[in-house]
Design a protein around this ligand. Sequence first.
Ligand code: NAP
Length: 366
Amino acid sequence: MAKIPVGVLGATGMVGQNYIALLNNHPWFEVRFVAASPRSAGKKYAQAVAGRWQLAETYAPHVGEIMVEDANDVSRAAAAQKREDCAFVFSALEMGKAEILALEDAYAAAGIPVISNASANRWTADVPVLIGEINPHHADIIPAQRKARGWDRGFIAVKPNCSIQSYMTPLHALAQAGYPAQRLIVTTMQAVSGAGYPGVPSLDIIDNVVPYIGGEEEKTENEPLKIFGTIADGVIQNAALPKISAACNRVPVTDGHTACVNLEFAGKKPSIDEIKEIWTSFRALPQELDLPTAPKQPIIYREEDNRPQPRKDRDLDKAMAVVAGRLRPCNVFDIRFTALSHNTVRGAAGGGILNAELLKHKGYLA
Ligand code: NAP
């Protein structure tokens, strides 16, 4: 099968570099277009990331030779699409919300599908916020989105915030088994790579915990409701539950966001053993389709008292698995547990690539 040529917007940043590394030797997609800020535009990719490449894996030699374009100039991607170098783009731009909204719209209007990591469009009512294992059916809003905007090929699909990835799949698995959650208290411990590169100043985070990440608690409390929502009248209508209270903290960990969750069920309550069985046997559409980036086992449960830990567990199953542990009764709610996911892979580039694989399977990236 000929590979689909793809572009990466924000290719020089923390998430963009992860896209470039994860797409190296991808069986379906090949990077042929890269774009970033005007600071990087006009340089070869190798030159643009020299001295700021963050990963152990490197980029494909052909990517190092690609000239970085200015992501603000949509005509460059449109020209690349015309010469069959950019069927769609992954967007990992860090810019103001209004600028991202305008730019993602402009790409989609130009006929270039946008699979985005930015938060700007997560609250656009006809834009799906996809987690492959939870709401792949939300992709089916794309025809209504295209019709409402007058777009033929283009569309926008986004990924949720990286801090919610670790416990959303466990919650969904429980709901599927007949045990939806009613209320949650979530305390996150989020890695510094979540702030991009160069990110949090070292003197703020070494030997320290910062109990505030701007906008993160609101995203953590609200995005799950859209993901658990339903499509009606051409928009996604939010679920009413679960009600979430979040406290988000930045901690001196490089990669891997951890969440401590206290959960109250809406109705009947499963036993601790039943929950472990539900989690470890959970499989969903990405596993059924055996998509290239899908983890074989989406939720891994660690029985040890002192796991999951970011350094030891974040890379399990291509860094795409959620790793849960410390499941026990809660003195206030019903249960409590700890969950971990790799923020720049599962929570960003890997999740975006999995979304693209799903969207291709559904025929939206033909
Ligand atoms: P980052 O490391 O700061 O990278 C930002 C990228 O955007 C760089 O490629 C940068 O290009 C480009 N850029 C900045 N200003 C621009 C402008 N005015 N015009 C065009 N391009 C511009 O940020 P990141 O952590 O990779 O995050 C990227 C996006 O993913 C953000 O929207 C973030 O919220 C989201 N996200 C991040 C994570 C995570 O764990 N880091 C997880 C989920 C979602 P230059 O290199 O040329 O400056």
